[in-house]
Design a protein. Structure first.
Length: 87
């Protein structure tokens, strides 16, 4: 995953956001995009109090089980990388 955009097997893409002021954070944020419709459906970001990445969906978003699974798998990859870099 050398690119800043990861496209999964379904109609989702995960696009890394630039870190810009005032959101200089230590962790990356990713827009979650429905590639079929070209619309952003939410964002994956670090929730400090929970010490993990979370998915924040936009209102009125319906997702199939397979799309939710894809979001979870993407977050799992990011958490694994975070844990490896932490040690």
């Amino acid at each position: 995953m050398g690119s800043s955009t990861y496209v999964g097997a379904s109609h989702l893409a995960f696009k890394k956001r630039d870190r810009v002021y005032p959101l200089f954070t230590k962790t990356d944020r990713y827009n979650v995009i429905n590639t079929k419709l070209g619309q952003e459906i939410g964002v994956i970001h670090w929730r400090g109090g929970w010490r993990q990445y979370v998915f924040q969906a936009k209102p009125e978003i319906d997702m199939s089980r397979s799309c939710m699974k894809e979001v979870i798998e993407f977050i799992d990859q990011k958490m694994k990388k975070w844990k490896e870099n932490k040690q």
